[in-house]
Design a protein around this ligand. Structure first.
Ligand code: CAA
Length: 701
């Protein structure tokens, strides 16, 4: 028996235990251990076999680190076939999360029991994959085609009680001792003479599927695929489950899994899976750094941002006090929160009772004295450094010792804000993205003097409220917004050079961005960037720079809110429509600036927009603003909707080849000047060495 899988007899029940921390992933030793144990049980005194796991969870899937490497025997299908063909019933006993290959192991078992808090699911789609060990064939046979399609294409785990309703779990067991409960359940099955139930024996009647079901599923999924192909292949597998015998269906699933596992999309998504977990780790912070308790939070400012942040804490049962300057502002702020929750209730995604219990956790005040006892304060007032400093001086005077004082600023100097207090070690930036209750990213901004336990606590509380955290040092715009500047600049320069807004945006949307930069400007309001630019002293004095954004604002075309910006918007449907007036205006402006317009290829649009991101990213790494290139990828995927199937800008750069990126930037420098295109020394160095950001990161680690 392998070290990570043990087998022992408990009376007439054989118990196989998997112990491969942290998540019992199905590494080769686990597969081999289970295979050997099932074989051993065939020849001993056992009458039934329980398969269970030690530690915090049942098997959470294939070992993702093995993908992309030569396969090692035994493969998972071989193990599952041994389980399914066992002459004695095999009963899976599930706690924690049975995910991916882990859930597929249970589906090959003859019975499945679980504790009520367990969850089961097939999240492979989040890695650009499909369940490769029978999941697409067995789930539709048990739960039906529609439920299987929803479960597998969404990747969302299902709580055990719901899974029982769907037929995916046979029994919910009670008590603290799952092994004992599973042995007892196995005994009951034996006493009842329960048959060896094999999912493969179920057939699906093709006549039961509505005509056109799969075509319309494909169409709907394609709308949100953003460059991913896994959803489409999942539909093909489920179609095979309906139309082909089990073994042929499994064969089809294998072929399509093999296609996906070698695809660039899946490599990128696996990169993001590990990048996301890595980003939460602070290189120079010991793992066991103490954390401060966070039991009560205050938010300064009840605007859209403050309200969204308050909801994040209430959603995990942490009481929040919202501070505003007067009763009217407070009532407005609390009203926005109530409205947001009631929209969720109306959509059927939350019960009224649940909403009320969350609202009860959010109170308001206009008096700082009422927040003297909170453990964490997050300031979310508008971007004015003097105002922020004033607020932090007040917080310093009011809040208890040990309270963490955070600013949600997007651009201001966190150190200057920290120095407005007598306790700069308690101050940091917690930069949420709008809408704060929805967006996954949290930039944790480390000030010069921020204490280690403040950082460790912030990373942990970020995870608790469901955010993906990435650490940034202090600089203008931190990681994300600092990099964004060149992206937005080039989108506008491309217009003067000959593109239409539609051409720029649709090229980037085809690449997988959720929304092109010009449409995004219209959504955010073109006046926002306009005002931000006016307060900047570091921008070159060049009439071409952000020209169209400026012209449109001065015409009062502020974007969606005024019904027109780079585009016009249908007043009824709010659909974005190309506007010939803007296209003519761009031509006029280009002529005024003596710019000869030309045809621009999609390739150039991508290079002009993305290479500034990559170049700034390289500077950010050299300056130590970001810890790793993969942290930058996490920021862009979760904060700026960079397509996960491309793995983030730094991963994408490695795929393009840093030499290619560098050479192109040099070409643009020669064409457009050093003000805009100045290759970062790190990019130059890596390009000349034929290296990549990933290799550089490995050396740094
Ligand atoms: N393979 C390898 N490592 C894994 C892993 C996996 N399937 N799942 C988690 N890990 C690692 C993480 O990288 C992390 O490592 P570090 O501590 O070094 O950072 C560690 O286990 C703990 O993971 P989390 O921080 O994510 O822990 P959590 O408690 O927050 O979440 C979890 C636990 C819900 C299981 C989550 O880890 C998760 O969702 N894992 C992935 C599940 C998954 O995608 N399974 C499908 C795999 S593909 C497959 O199975 C294909 C197939 O059909 C055969």
């Amino acid at each position: 028996m392998s070290q990570v899988v043990s087998y022992e007899l408990h009376g007439n029940i054989g118990v196989i235990s998997v112990n491969n921390p942290p998540v019992n992933a199905l590494a080769q030793v686990v597969r081999e251990g289970i295979l050997n144990a099932v074989q051993q049980a065939q020849g001993d005194a056992s009458e039934a076999i329980v398969l269970r796991c030690e530690g915090r969870t049942f098997i959470a899937g294939a070992d993702i680190t093995e993908f992309g490497k030569p396969p090692k025997s035994p493969g998972l299908p071989e193990v599952l076939s041994e389980i399914e063909n066992s002459s004695k019933p095999v009963i899976a006993a599930i706690h924690g999360t049975a995910l991916g290959g882990g859930f597929e192991v249970t589906l090959a078992c003859h019975y499945r029991c679980a504790i009520a808090s367990a969850r089961v699911g097939l999240p492979e789609v989040n890695l650009g994959l499909l369940p490769g060990a029978g999941g697409t064939q067995r789930v539709p046979r048990i739960a039906g085609v529609k439920a299987a399609l929803d479960m597998i294409t969404s990747g969302k785990p299902v709580p055990a009680p719901k899974a029982k309703e769907m037929g995916l779990i046979d029994e919910i067991v009670e008590g603290d001792d799952l092994q004992a409960a599973a042995i007892s359940y196995a005994g009951e099955l034996l006493n009842a003479g329960a048959p060896l139930k094999r999912v493969r024996d179920i057939t699906i009647d093709p006549e039961s599927i509505e005509p056109g079901f799969f075509e319309s599923a494909r169409k709907n999924l394609a709308k949100r695929a953003r460059g991913q192909i896994a959803q489409d292949r999942i539909v093909s597998c489920i179609e095979a489950a309906v139309n082909l015998p089990m073994d042929e269906g499994l064969q089809r699933e294998r072929e399509l899994f093999s296609e996906l596992v070698t695809s660039p999309e899946s490599a990128a998504m696996r990169h993001i899976f590990f990048a996301e977990r890595q980003a939460a780790k602070i290189k120079d912070l010991p793992k066991d750094t103490a954390q401060r308790p966070i039991n009560k939070v205050a938010i300064i400012g009840g605007g859209t941002m403050g309200g969204g942040i308050a909801m994040c804490f209430a959603n995990v049962d942490i009481p929040v006090v919202m501070v505003e300057i007067n009763d009217d502002a407070l009532e407005r702020g609390l009203g926005i929160i109530r409205k947001n929750y009631s929209i969720t209730v109306k959509k059927g995604k939350m019960s009224e009772e649940h909403m009320n219990s969350r609202l009860e956790l959010i109170s308001g005040t206009t008096d700082y004295a009422d927040i003297s006892d909170v453990d964490l304060v997050i300031e979310a007032v508008f971007e004015n450094l003097d105002l922020k400093k004033e607020i932090f001086a007040k917080l310093d005077a009011t809040c208890k010792q040990g309270a963490i004082l955070a600013t949600n600023t997007s651009y201001q100097d966190v150190d200057a804000i920290a120095n407005a207090t007598q306790r700069p070690e308690d101050v940091l930036g917690l930069h949420f993205f709008s809408p704060a209750n929805v967006m996954k990213l949290l930039e944790v901004v480390r000030g010069e003097k921020t204490a280690d336990d403040v950082l460790a606590t912030s990373m942990a509380i970020g995870k608790k409220i469901g955010k993906i955290c990435a650490l940034s040092r202090v600089c203008y715009g931190f990681i994300g917004n600092r990099m964004l500047s060149g992206y937005g600049r080039e989108a506008q320069m491309l217009l003067l050079d000959g593109c239409t807004p539609t051409q720029v945006d649709s090229t980037l949307e085809k690449f997988g961005m959720a929304m092109g930069p010009l449409a995004m400007g219209d959504l955010a309001g073109l006046d926002v960037g306009y005002k931000a630019r006016q307060s900047r002293t570091d921008l070159p004095d060049d009439p071409k720079l952000f020209r169209m954004g400026t012209v449109l604002v001065e015409m009062d075309r502020l974007g969606q809110k005024t019904g027109a910006g780079y585009y016009k918007y249908d007043p009824e449907t709010r659909a974005r429509l190309a506007d010939p007036e803007v296209e003519a205006l761009i031509k006029e402006e280009a002529a005024k600036l003596d710019i000869e317009q030309r045809e621009i290829s999609e390739e150039e649009i991508l290079q002009r927009c993305f290479y500034p991101l990559i170049n700034e990213g390289a500077l950010i790494l050299e300056e130590g603003i970001a810890q790793r290139p993969s942290d930058i990828d996490v920021v862009y995927v979760y904060g700026y909707a960079f397509p996960v199937a491309k793995g983030g800008p730094m991963f994408y750069a490695d795929q393009v080849g840093l030499k290619n990126v560098y050479d192109k930037i040099c070409e643009f420098r020669d064409r457009y000047g050093e003000d805009y295109w100045k290759p970062a020394p790190l990019l130059k160095e890596l390009a000349e060495k034929g290296s990549s950001f990933a290799e550089w990161a490995a050396e740094q680690a």
